[in-house]
Write a protein that binds this ligand. Structure first.
Ligand SMILES: O=C(C[C@H]1NCCC[C@H]1O)Cn1cnc2c(c1=O)CCCC2
Ligand SMILES: [Mg+2]
Length: 485
């Protein structure tokens, strides 16, 4: 397997496509915008799912599964959220040779699938809170350039749909889930994100407010919405008549949330940590954390070396470390090094005659190529420590790179310059939608317009008299702006 033909800092798009294929995460499919998720990807998805599923179960949220198909009546029920998206909805119109009486939509999201049944199930206050989640796929027939993991016509996600008696409970859960999304990115994928609130224009139109974790890709200078946690208010309760009899015997509408993260998370991780040798996996989500490679030398005790590799894997596996050895005799050590580097395995252990004689192994880190001889006597502790160090270092390096892209601006000229420099722009804004639309119009172009990414919960000080960078009106809040995926 030769190296990549594209360099990350030269042609990022081609580099990314090569990495996801050469690392055996993705196989391209004969339908545009659809991708095969190979085991190397599914292991990452499952590692995140194991964490998130356990956390929502602690919150007494239950998993369910609703049908893939949506009858047209309900889909169109939610006017203002569907009209903008209608072109993205895929429809089943035939079975075999015959046309269906009524075409059936494939779920692009499940609010309209689930909420008629929420209305049926929620009668009295004892039925609340109702908190369900489903792990499933959704289909959105998007037309802008498809990108593995980041923008595909079918993707995997979890979608949580909860109903409460009070706004306070809903507000609290929105933030609880958002914190889980921050942990998914920062603790598992080692990707720094910003927590914030979406603008009125960028929020989910059917909702009340939207919070999100926002990532940023320095190479392209684009923000990417990492995951979203919406408060839907009582909008859907009104539409779907999701009411209950409260303690005073009155009919009251429920307060709802919906929240999701998807396989897009994986694409963000690849873009953040990958390098010119290929994928770089954070140990927490790596299918294989340690690869042990034998380095036989002529006929010097080859069997002993192979046995040492196998026993090293056994010892590490018994300690809960995901270790494999590559004993294939038809590939050279050098070939194996670049193969497993391409696949992003965080740590390699080499065992040659000298290592065998000194009962040690040569450890090589994937993140910074640092080498270190580890005595076999201390194998498990030192490998665990190395994996933790790699996990932390990947996050620290990514955070430093992201922070270096942040540019605080106060005037339009500074904004335009920062945008051209692919910065993540932090600017004081009057919070008026017309101004947001105007910024989009004034920055429209081949590579897309600038938009608000989020207004960070962690607001810098807004000195008295600070003016909006775009309108000159009194600024109300700081917001992150930039181009996005
Ligand atoms: O899906 C959501 C809101 C919400 N859905 C459930 C999980 C959380 C959150 O994503 C917004 N949305 C995005 N995209 C589309 C739709 C849509 O409602 C509906 C039609 C097709 C495309
Ligand atoms: Mg969309």
């Amino acid at each position: 397997k030769n190296g990549l033909t594209n360099k990350k800092d030269e042609n990022f798009g081609e580099w990314y496509s090569e990495v996801v294929v050469n690392s055996e995460m993705i196989e391209y499919y004969d339908i545009s915008g659809c991708y095969i998720l190979r085991p190397w990807t599914m292991a990452i998805w499952e590692a995140m799912q194991e964490f998130f599923d356990a956390e929502i179960k602690k919150m007494k949220i239950k998993n369910c599964y609703f049908p893939l198909f949506v009858s047209p009546g309900v889909l169109e029920k939610e006017k203002d959220h569907i009209e903008g998206f209608a072109p993205e909805v895929a429809w089943v119109t035939k079975s075999g040779q015959s046309d269906l009486e009524v075409p059936i939509a494939i779920r692009p999201t499940s609010e309209t699938v689930m909420y008629p049944y929420y209305s049926k199930w929620i009668r009295g206050h004892r039925d609340l809170p109702l908190r369900l989640n489903q792990w499933c796929n959704v289909v959105r027939w998007e037309f802008s350039n498809p990108t593995p993991f980041i923008r595909s016509r079918e993707f995997l996600w979890q979608e949580g749909h909860t109903a409460f008696a009070t706004q306070e409970e809903a507000d609290a859960e929105v933030l609880d889930i958002l914190e889980l999304y921050r942990r998914i990115y920062e603790e598992f994928l080692a990707v720094p994100v910003v927590k914030g609130k979406k603008s009125e224009m960028e929020k989910f139109a059917g909702g009340y407010y939207t919070t999100s974790v926002e990532a940023f890709i320095p190479n392209t200078g684009r923000g990417v919405q990492g995951a979203t946690s919406h408060c839907l208010g009582q909008n859907f309760a009104k539409m779907f008549e999701i009411t209950y009899e409260n303690e005073k015997g009155e009919k009251a509408m429920v307060w709802q949330n919906s929240w999701a993260y998807s396989t897009r998370t994986i694409g963000v991780m690849v873009m953040t940590h990958g390098d010119d040798k290929g994928l770089v996996l954070p140990p927490k989500v790596a299918a294989v954390q340690v690869i042990v490679v034998p380095v036989p030398f002529k006929d010097a005790d080859t069997q002993g070396i192979f046995d040492a590799c196998a026993s090293t894997v056994k010892i590490l596996s018994e300690a809960g470390i995901r270790a494999e050895c590559d004993l294939r005799d038809n590939y050279s050590p050098g070939w194996k090094y670049s193969h497993w580097e391409m696949k992003g395995v965080p740590l390699r252990l080499e065992i040659g005659p000298k290592d065998l004689a000194n009962s040690q192994t040569r450890a090589v880190r994937r993140d910074n190529s640092a080498k270190k001889d580890i005595p076999m006597a201390d194998l498990v502790d030192q490998v665990k420590e190395l994996l933790d160090t790699i996990q932390q270092n990947l996050f620290d390096v990514a955070k430093e790179k992201r922070d270096a892209c942040v540019k605080e601006v106060r005037t339009w000229d500074e904004f335009v310059e920062a945008l051209a420099q692919k910065k993540l722009i932090l600017a004081p804004w009057c919070d008026e939608e017309e101004v947001e639309k105007d910024v989009k119009a004034r920055t429209k172009g081949e590579i897309g317009a600038a938009k608000t990414l989020c207004s960070p919960f962690d607001q810098p000080a807004l000195e008295e008299g600070t003016l909006c960078f775009a309108s000159g009106k009194p600024a109300k809040k700081w917001s992150y702006w930039g181009r996005s995926y």
